[in-house]
Design a protein around this ligand. Sequence first.
Ligand SMILES: Nc1nc2c(ncn2[C@@H]2O[C@H](COP(=O)(O)OP(=O)(O)OP(=O)(O)O)[C@@H](O)[C@H]2O)c(=O)[nH]1
Length: 302
Amino acid sequence: MNTEASLADPVYRSGYIAIVGRPNVGKSTLLNRLVGQKISITSKKSQTTRHRIHGIFTDEYSQFVFVDTPGFQTRHTNRLNSGMNRLVTQTLRDVDIVILVIEAMRFDDRDKLVVKLLPKSKPVVLALNKIDRLTDKSQLLPFLEKMSKEFDFAAMVPISAENGGQLPELIAAIRPHLPQNPPLFLEDEVTDRDERFIAAELVREKLFRLLGEEIPYSTSVIIDQFTVEDELRRIHASIVVDKSSQKAIVIGKDGEKLKLIATQARKDMEESFGGKVYLKIWVKIKSGWAEDARMLKTLGYE
Ligand SMILES: Nc1nc2c(ncn2[C@@H]2O[C@H](COP(=O)(O)OP(=O)(O)OP(=O)(O)O)[C@@H](O)[C@H]2O)c(=O)[nH]1
């Protein structure tokens, strides 16, 4: 990507960035364009970070670490209720920059709700997405002017996440707001996420989409078994909760909730992996963990 802006400002900058916006504005498309495949961090140091990292974009002079924002990371999230709001505000307080994505020429009530959650003390860059759809470009300036009255944005950049249009401009607009830091992650600490990891993420995503505010965000999902026989993947996963009351919530009445989580996760896995998936999920309570060496290993403590 274009590093001209970096050359004009030859200090190393790095920091955490959250991407927010109402459903369907193109957040995932933008993230995928910016960072490609989901990644995982292998370094011990990074396990102490408060953020769940989605992906990293590094150039010669900067490193952009994109974090997952609870409430915005799941597909088709319509719920922006108080529990979620708290999680979102907490995440946004901890990042260096926020990117608000909206659709070109549209700013509806749901966008307004998201704007209400934006931190006043952080730079927020507005990405006006889907400009490829715009037939009448003369609407752009008046719209941006209107948006500048809605919030004090650090910058406003029209983009097309789908075809990559103006993404270097977006990066150049974000960069000056990153703190002066050495890279937060070195190249050998970052790897593409494997299927096991993606499987765990998909279960986690469904769990939070269906139960979001009822269970702690720290609840983990562990893949106990992952085998591939021809086109069939057999996956055994555990959702590890703190208390028996949470176990009951995850399972739901007559096991309905857990069934829903499993069905939706399996469908997404089949789509991601391109083959049939047999998925079985257990819900376990965290107590007695220390004795479980395998679990400690999975969690990276060994
Ligand atoms: N024309 C056009 N379509 C886009 C662009 N970016 C995203 N889309 C489409 O908009 C739809 C929503 O994109 P997503 O990236 O899934 O949106 P999202 O904000 O992550 O949605 P949620 O996961 O529901 O919150 C998809 O059909 C994309 O293909 C763009 O720049 N131009």
